[in-house]
Unconditional design. Structure first.
Lengths: 329, 248
């Protein structure tokens, strides 16, 4: 994808012509079972406009099913999913409201990329001129667009998927593994484009297995495991930074810090891990107590560590938010 | 968005792959086979009396029975492959009211079946007419009868395509849908006729021949109504299935 295009240009640049772009995705008590297996279990969360929200979960955790229910492709047994308060199937102009990337291989191999876009444009009442526009946006050359999709690489198919999603210049994007198959430049450009869209007030909901990618891409996270919400919030909140303290008087300092609300884990001799207090507060209290510190450092868990904690032991990883409605803001 | 737009989009979906071409090739091969029969075929006595009257020639050219079967396979393939390739997701994302989207697709498929039926009889008539001068007989079919053959084959093609489309929407797998269409149009009817002889008048090939005017087991209107029923029942089941079941 060319940086010049995706990062800065929009299909309809005039603000006066823009529709309301502040549409939140609301997932409310969503439940879906296949036979005896419950794949989504009372899932509740909100994806706010103006943010890029990452959607994480292990394989089979219910991410794709949740997206399908949001898009009206699968029915919910209980609960509902809405876009700006309206179920997808009731949206007056779905293609201009929500763009979707679900599977990069959902194309007929014998049809050209351009014809896939023209069919979609025709079905949704979008002018055919937009086809060339989105092809340029995703950096698919006219020659490539005229070729049969069967000859495309995975990355080219992914660009075509993105072109389909962007065809109606929608204010909401729901993307399942959008970076799949893209080269590093394409991923970088995609990331920048999504950030620009979010900065313009659009709603961007991205599912991915690439934690490092999500870490760079997303402002907020929704994490599910076995169909249940296990974490939701801004990445900075969820990181839950801890302070590592090495001291000659660990017990004395631990008691002092617990007294002012710190959550202290005693590790090996002389080492404490403190949650809920800044390094400044810890240092000041150590000074007041006359405790000598050998180390005082801030430690933020990586997204991978957090993900493993959330999904390794499901709800117990963060019981305070499991099963509750968490507004991602 | 207008329904005509949706149908146009579905027609583009049908015509932007090589599938219609493959069916046209099959029709061409069948026309060539008919021409070969005219050129080299003979009755037991070595003559070609099977070409001697207008009715004989109409019976040879009448393509309606073939139209039902070929268009049935076309309809089954056209609808089921969308599930196989996953393109059906794009269809229902563009038009989340699935009944509307599926009706548009069925309409396009029925039109495609009609075109195949028309092309089938036109190619056969053309091939036969081209070879007839090599025989002792001229082309004897009147314009009126020719128009009826064309119309009947188109109608039979549309009905067959709709029947296949219904099976495709229900089965959602190209191999399974084609098998279903073959079972329903080719394998099951003769078996049913063996069990109940009276059923022979009501199987699609017989009804199509009645509409073409080369057979008279039932009246034309009854044959048309019966063919509509043959197409309408699977199509309705397919529509209900599309609306009720999850897309993926």
């Amino acid at each position: 994808m060319a940086t010049r295009t995706l990062e800065t240009e929009r299909i309809h640049p005039q603000p006066s012509q823009r529709r309301d772009r502040s549409l939140a995705l609301e997932i409310d008590s969503l439940t879906k079972s296949y036979g005896d297996t419950t794949v989504v279990d009372g899932l509740t969360f909100t994806v706010q406009p103006g943010r890029v929200t990452g959607f994480l979960g292990p394989n089979g955790s219910g991410k794709s099913t949740t997206m399908k229910m949001l898009l009206g492709l699968a029915s919910a047994d209980k609960g509902q999913a809405t876009i700006g308060g309206i179920p997808y199937r009731n949206l007056p102009d779905p293609a201009r409201t929500l763009g979707v990337v679900l599977e990069p291989n959902a194309f007929h191999p014998g049809r050209s990329g351009r014809n896939h876009l023209r069919i979609q444009a025709e079905a949704t009442g979008i002018p055919a001129s937009q086809v060339d526009e989105v092809l340029r946006l995703v950096d698919l050359s006219p020659e490539a667009a005229n070729r049969r999709v069967g000859t495309y690489s995975l990355g080219m198919k992914q660009r075509l998927s993105l072109a389909l999603a962007l065809l109606g210049d929608p204010p909401v994007l729901v993307l399942d593994e959008p970076g799949n198959g893209l080269d590093p430049r394409g991923i970088r450009t995609l990331r920048d484009n999504l950030a620009t869209r979010a900065a313009n007030g659009d709603t961007v909901f991205v599912s991915s297995h690439l934690l490092s990618e999500v870490e760079l891409l997303a402002d907020d996270l929704v994490v599910i495991n076995e169909g249940r919400l296990v974490a939701a919030g801004s990445i900075s909140e969820l990181r839950n930074p801890t302070a590592l303290v090495r001291t000659t008087a660990p017990e004395e300092l631990a008691i002092a810090l617990e007294r002012i609300g710190g959550k202290v884990k005693r590790q090996d001799a002389g080492t404490l891990v403190v949650e809920g207090l800044s390094t400044e507060v810890i240092g000041e209290h150590a000074y007041r107590e006359g405790v000598v510190l050998h180390e005082l450092s801030l430690h933020e868990g990586s997204l991978e560590e957090m993900f493993m904690a959330w999904t390794g032991d499901a709800a117990s990883a963060n019981p305070s938010i499991s099963g509750k409605k968490e507004v991602v803001s | 968005m207008k329904n005509a737009q949706l149908v146009r989009s579905e027609i583009r979906r049908l015509t932007t792959t090589r599938m219609p071409l493959a069916f046209l090739v099959v029709l061409g091969a069948m026309a060539a086979l008919n021409a070969a029969v005219v050129a080299w075929g003979a009755d037991a006595d070595g003559t070609q009396t099977f070409l001697s009257t207008a009715l004989d020639q109409r019976s040879l050219i009448a393509f309606s029975a073939n139209s039902v079967i070929i268009a049935g396979l076309f309809g089954a393939t056209a609808v089921a492959r969308g599930y196989g390739h996953g393109t059906v997701v794009h269809v229902f994302l563009a038009t989340p009211r699935r009944l509307r989207a599926q009706l548009a697709q069925f309409t396009a498929v029925a039109l495609g079946g009609a075109v195949l039926g028309l092309a089938g009889v036109a190619m056969t008539a053309g091939a036969v007419a081209a070879v007839l001068p090599t025989t002792d007989y001229a082309f004897l079919i009147s314009t009126g009868d020719m128009i009826r053959l064309l119309a009947a084959s188109s109608f039979a093609g549309a009905a067959g395509a709709l029947l296949g489309a219904g099976i495709g929407a229900l089965v959602r797998n190209t191999g399974g849908a084609v098998t279903g269409a073959v079972l329903m149009l080719v394998i099951a009817p003769p078996l049913v006729v063996q069990i109940a002889g009276g059923a022979a008048d009501w199987i699609p090939p017989t009804l199509a021949n009645v509409v073409s005017g080369v057979s008279n087991e039932v009246t034309v209107l009854v044959a048309i109504a019966a063919l509509v029923l043959w197409a309408g029942v699977p199509a309705t089941i397919g529509l209900v299935s599309t609306v009720k079941r999850d897309v993926v």
